[in-house]
Design a protein around this ligand. Structure first.
Ligand SMILES: C[S@@+](CC[C@H](N)C(=O)[O-])C[C@H]1O[C@@H](n2cnc3c(N)ncnc32)[C@H](O)[C@@H]1O
Length: 258
């Protein structure tokens, strides 16, 4: 996982000026929290909060949020922390594998990040959620990278031209590959004119069935899966479901303590 701070810090410097603002994506996540955790207000732990947009939207909905982020993306988040009434936002600039937190939470969230490192690493994080952070009746909402869609993106290339008016100052290239043996996506980026300075994020993808196996022995169980706006019990079979097979690169796993 050595690549993690460098990748998210560098991409944060590319995209932060444009993307460190609250959008419909953040409001959707707050709605999902209400749907699965109840209206609250709750104490919420957000892992890997990035620019802090969802953490700020969650606090503005009245929750008391602790948000952990390893990189300097947290600098963008800092600008939100003064304006989050009626809730509160505490930013912790640390590694969530090491951080010690003195309290437990009604909800733990990890948006758009789970799947970095080995299966053993994911289990280590899931065990911390169950044993150290979640209240007995709490809920964890974890975005999981969907292998069916990432596999379809194998070999895709994109070219992003700068758009300074919207805060995108860099001309960038991206190549995505997918390894079907390890079920891992490799998403590689570089700046125009700097092809020798490529950086990659390596994302382990889990189908709902694989996630259920991963959860064994962690103290957590999968109670629902949300794809787009629709939630269903994990045992539900829906052959031909286009949203999960073809459309959404992530789904939300709803986890509770065993
Ligand atoms: C893909 S970004 C998503 C950010 C944010 N959750 C969002 O949806 O916009 C994943 C974030 O998790 C952070 N992260 C990854 N591993 C971490 C760790 N061990 N401790 C704290 N933050 C971590 C990264 O630095 C990055 O900002």
């Amino acid at each position: 996982m050595d690549w993690v701070p460098g990748f998210y810090s560098r991409t944060g410097s590319w995209w932060g000026p444009a993307e460190a603002r609250i959008t419909e994506r953040d409001h959707r996540r707050v709605r999902l929290l209400g749907e699965h955790a109840g209206a609250g207000p709750h104490r919420v732990l957000e892992l890997g909060c990035g620019y802090g947009t969802t953490a700020a939207a969650t606090a503005r909905a009245g929750h008391s949020v602790t948000a952990v982020e390893i990189t300097d993306r947290v600098g963008f988040a800092d600008s939100f922390s003064r304006d989050v009434a009626p809730g509160s936002l505490t930013l912790v600039n640390e590694d969530f594998y090491r951080v010690r937190l003195p309290e437990r939470f009604g909800a733990v969230t990890y948006w758009n990040g789970f799947g970095v490192g080995s299966d053993a690493d994911q289990r280590r994080l899931l065990r911390r959620i169950a044993a150290e952070w979640l209240l007995p009746d709490g809920v964890a909402l974890i975005d999981v990278f969907n292998p069916f869609v990432w596999a379809r993106w194998d070999g895709d290339e994109t070219h992003r031209t700068p758009d300074p008016a919207r805060g995108y100052a860099y001309e960038l290239f991206e190549v995505t590959t997918f390894d079907p043996v390890t079920c891992t996506a490799v998403d590689t980026w570089w700046e125009a004119g700097r092809p020798d300075e490529k950086i990659s994020q390596v994302l382990r993808c889990y189908s709902p069935a694989d996630l259920t196996l991963l959860l064994e022995g962690t103290g957590l169980r999968l109670t629902a899966v949300t794809v787009g706006e629709e939630s269903f019990a994990p045992a539900t079979m829906r052959p031909g479901w286009a949203e999960l097979l073809r459309e959404h690169p992530e789904y939300v796993a709803v986890l509770r303590r065993q």
